[in-house]
Design a protein around this ligand. Structure first.
Ligand code: THU
Length: 387
């Protein structure tokens, strides 16, 4: 449930990218350099220091932003009068305030420029619960620091905040901070913003629609996000579920069997192999049980497969699980493994329990369950429950 909204400024509240671009062109023109718009693209959203110095480096010019900022912002202040806000910004912003959301400004730009911008679009610093600008963090976007700081200074955990962004650096920063992200294709393409991890991309904030309560806002957001993603346990994965073809199923069984052979089970002699199919990539990851002299330090095959997949890909959704054991009936995942799996499985995820004969393609036992049958009531931490 979202309780706070954190706004990026440039390219979200104000169409300032053309303004800073014009100011920067003029800055370089004074030094005899004709810059092109593409020169600046890699630095959009990374703060004005990188924006200016990055392009300077490209042209072999060593700039000192601490000295040159005054000149840049003079040029900026001349141009800003022509700036406009984007469609829907004012309605969305004031709907959010009236509904009772906490609202924060989190901009990598420096305070001086933020205040020029706010004035240009008719907003005041006091309209925000918190204003955090670039100077207040050592590491700018794409690091998560600025969104973490803004959320926490409003007394909210980042998980209950929605960030409104327009840049790739900004989306990455917000996702690393564990915020939900709504992005607007004002500076980058919708597909690039989705690829960077946005939970939802809208053409303009008008497309969100008007709202008057926090509950109505969350219902609308959920509707938009569910359209884009598949929910796996505590995770929304921005990919369609992997189709489990007979070949992929066979590959998973073979991988689980191979891991079963590697199981380290000198104490129980009970070997287990497991394999899962990742929704992100369609790849198969496997694991075996690894026992320990200190019995409680033992890791089961299923958790080992989960750890393996996350070490390779980051968070995954699980579209298939196969567990191989020499037991009759073949062993299901233990309760601890089910709890860990519940973070990444859907209730519909198929869990195939097979014995060695089946895995070796001889006659054998093969049972199929839905994950939700094995663990109908997983515990999901409140902040991670789906919006
Ligand atoms: N084991 C698994 O690997 N997965 C399960 O879900 C059940 C138990 C392993 C742990 C231990 O090495 C052995 O089986 C006996 O408990």
């Amino acid at each position: 449930m979202i309780e706070g909204i954190l706004f990026d400024m440039d390219g979200v509240l104000i169409d300032s990218e053309p303004i800073i671009l014009r100011a920067a062109h003029a800055f370089f023109a004074r030094r005899g350099i004709t810059t092109r718009e593409e020169d600046f693209q890699p630095f959009v959203g990374a703060g004005d220091r990188r924006y200016l110095e990055g392009v300077g480096e490209r042209y072999g010019l060593t700039l000192d932003f601490d000295r040159d900022r005054t000149e840049l912002y003079e040029l900026y202040a001349q141009a800003v009068q022509e700036a406009v806000s984007f469609d829907g910004v004012h309605d969305f912003f004031f709907d959010a305030k009236r509904a009772g959301f906490k609202v924060g400004l989190a901009t990598g730009s420096e305070r001086h420029k933020a205040l020029i911008n706010l004035a240009a679009i008719g907003l005041k610093e006091e309209d925000f619960d918190t204003v955090v600008t670039g100077e207040q963090v050592v590491r700018n976007k794409p690091y998560p620091d600025i969104y973490q700081l803004t959320a926490l200074s409003m007394g909210l955990s980042p998980e209950v905040c929605l960030v409104v962004e327009d840049s790739i650096h900004g989306v990455v920063s917000a996702k690393r901070a564990c915020c939900a992200v709504l992005s607007l294709p004002n500076s980058f393409s919708s597909s690039a913003l989705a690829e960077a991890g946005s939970d939802v991309v809208l053409d303009t904030l008008s497309d969100f629609g008007r709202f008057s309560t926090i509950e109505a806002f969350n219902a609308r957001l959920k509707q938009l996000i569910v359209g884009n993603t598949v929910v796996y346990g505590a995770n929304r994965i921005d990919a369609a579920p992997t189709a489990i073809t007979p070949q992929l199923f066979d590959e998973a069984v073979a991988a689980a069997l191979e891991s079963w052979r590697n199981a380290y089970a000198p104490y129980s002699q009970f070997k287990v192999g497991a394999a899962l199919v990742s929704a992100k990539s369609g790849k198969v990851y496997s694991g075996c049980n690894v026992e320990n002299s200190s019995y409680g330090a033992t890791v089961c095959a299923e958790r080992n497969a989960v750890l393996h997949s996350i070490a390779e890909e980051g968070v995954v959704g699980i579209d298939l699980l196969v567990v191989v054991s020499d037991d009759d009936p073949p062993a299901p995942p233990c309760a601890l493994c089910l709890q860990v799996l519940s973070e990444f499985c859907r209730p519909e995820t198929e869990v195939h329990l097979v014995d060695i004969a089946y895995a070796e393609r001889r006659d054998g036992v093969h049972e199929v369950y839905r994950f939700g049958e094995l663990l109908p009531h997983p515990f999901i931490f409140p902040a991670m429950r789906q919006l």
